[in-house]
Design a protein around this ligand. Structure first.
Ligand code: GDP
Length: 300
């Protein structure tokens, strides 16, 4: 929790400073409510949640004096309630191998997140196959290889030459996963957006070949979102939601961003399970998503 709290410090101090500037003991009138709503929207929380916070305060406190602490409490409560339904651990139970595909734009933290999950699985005794499905970026392939080495003997790595067909690699990887008794096959994918159509076509193809090998797969298609881009995460998510049946979300880089409130908007808009949040670059910097802890850290 402290890692999250210190990570979200920039989000929470931005929020609490602006809340304080409006509400150091002030009567909660229409003007104050409007100012509050604006500052919550400016903090990337989205219009729906902003309206919910102000409605909650108006219900309890209209025309009364409120302190910034009370406002932040109402904020924390509302955010926790909003996010709670989406707090859902990544379920890797079921017949192995569980096939998990990681999607998202370049730089969102896909490879890192995949690597963290792979290390976690191997530490728990699982055997995982890390698949370098971003076949266009040498750096992504190397990075995944490094993560695989961190996972130890039970973390296997599979790649192809640069520019190779990602779907072909994926097909072989899922086959290998079944044949060789893997618990998880974790597939990285490309995330360039210069040519969206091409990218999404490739993603669809990758998902199709997975189903060819195992009609119950992929078991998870996780959208990895960069927590530092704020509301832009919404439009990034939309492109992927069109191309794939996204089953869950992980938001990264919530350490040191002032835009962490965007996770609330993402939840509200897409109503997808949130499995984890990324709070750093290290292998232990992936936390199971906890709505209440997140809300408290955000509200400061
Ligand atoms: P990809 O292009 O989507 O695969 O993104 P990468 O996994 O390569 O991540 C891009 C950069 O973000 C790398 O430098 C990662 O170390 C960094 N990164 C990933 N997750 C986090 C996080 O939770 N916090 C921080 N601070 N950095 C992260």
């Amino acid at each position: 929790f402290s890692r999250l709290a210190s990570g979200l410090k920039r989000s929470s101090s931005r929020l609490s400073e602006s809340v304080s500037s409006v509400f150091t003991r002030r009567k909660l009138d229409d003007e104050a409510l409007e100012e509050l709503e604006d500052l919550l929207i400016a903090a990337d929380l989205g219009a729906v949640t902003a309206a919910r916070v102000t409605a909650r305060l108006a219900r309890d406190k209209f025309d009364k004096d409120v302190t910034d602490i009370e406002v932040r409490e109402a904020l924390a409560e509302t955010v926790a309630e909003t996010l709670k339904p989406y707090e859902q651990p990544l379920d890797m139970s079921g017949e192995p191998p569980r096939v998990v595909v990681f999607v998202g734009v370049n730089g969102s933290g896909k490879t890192t997140t995949l690597g963290k999950i792979a290390v976690k699985m191997t530490r728990e005794g699982g055997k995982v196959l890390n698949v370098a499905g971003d076949t266009f970026r040498a750096a992504a392939v190397e990075q995944l290889q490094v993560w695989s080495e961190r996972g130890g003997a039970n973390a296997h790595f599979m790649s192809r030459e640069i520019g190779a067909d990602a779907a072909g690699l994926t097909y072989d990887a899922v086959e290998k996963g079944r044949r060789e008794g893997f618990d998880g096959v974790l597939i990285d994918t490309a995330g360039r957006l210069q040519n969206k159509t091409e990218l999404m076509d490739e993603l669809r193809k990758v998902l199709r070949v997975i189903r060819k090998v195992d009609e119950t797969a992929p078991h998870h298609v996780i959208l990895v979102l960069d927590g530092t881009v704020g509301s832009n995460a919404i439009s990034q998510a939309e492109a992927f939601l069109e191309a794939a049946n996204i089953t869950g979300v992980i938001m990264t880089k919530l350490d040191g961003t002032a835009k962490g409130g965007a996770l609330v908007q993402v939840a509200e808009r897409f109503k997808l399970p949130i499995h984890y949040i990324g709070v750093g670059e290290g292998e232990s910097d992936l936390q199971p998503f906890d709505a209440r802890a997140f809300a408290r850290a955000l509200a400061g």
